[in-house]
Design a protein around this ligand. Structure first.
Ligand code: ADP
Length: 160
């Protein structure tokens, strides 16, 4: 059984994340999408909300499961017996940091990282940008799944 982990904040999940999850699900028998719980980072959506959105948008994939974790990614991998992390690379700017982390994770626990070049359509796409655009009433309909768009609109309009 080949298993892979897609870790991230997913605040909220975007079409860029989904593209990577979709491709990972085609390569591996089982893909765990794990939401990193970072108490010190402020987020727009609670972890449970992020989890619900991810579960809904990946419902069509029988081999994708959603989980949450706190702490080191490699500890999560060890406990759940996952040998590889799948990461999307948007641009060269992602690479420096991701390379450092990948090498650290391999050194710490022998966990490998597979980099997938993002679909060029999503190379500029980040959750932080989506939140910023939505906050000012911009149109993000092409950047996130419909259920995420709905929640974003509700959240940003209620915030005022
Ligand atoms: P983080 O808080 O670690 O930046 P994100 O939830 O924004 O987490 O992203 C998690 C991972 O999803 C990233 O490390 C990257 O591998 C992938 N990712 C994010 N956005 C995109 C995108 N537009 N295209 C491809 N992969 C992406």
């Amino acid at each position: 059984m080949r298993r892979a982990l897609c870790p991230g904040s997913f605040d909220p999940v975007t079409n860029g994340h989904l593209d990577i999850i979709d491709r990972a699900a085609n390569l591996y028998d089982e893909v765990v999408v794990a939401i990193f719980v970072n108490q010190s980072k402020s987020s727009l959506f609670e972890v449970d909300e992020r989890r619900e959105m991810l579960a809904e948008v990946t419902a069509g994939y029988p081999n994708v499961t959603i989980d949450t974790f706190e702490g080191l990614v490699v500890d999560y991998c060890r406990v759940h017996d996952i040998p590889v992390i799948v990461k999307g690379l948007r641009a060269v700017s992602d690479f420096d940091y991701e390379l450092q982390m990948a090498q650290m994770n391999r050194g710490l626990a022998g966990v490998d990282t597979l980099f997938m070049p993002t679909n060029p359509e999503y190379s500029f796409l980040a959750s932080s940008l989506v939140k910023e655009i939505a906050k000012w009433g911009g149109d993000v309909a092409l950047l996130v799944p419909p259920i995420v768009l709905k929640r974003l609109t509700e959240r940003t309009s209620s915030a005022g």
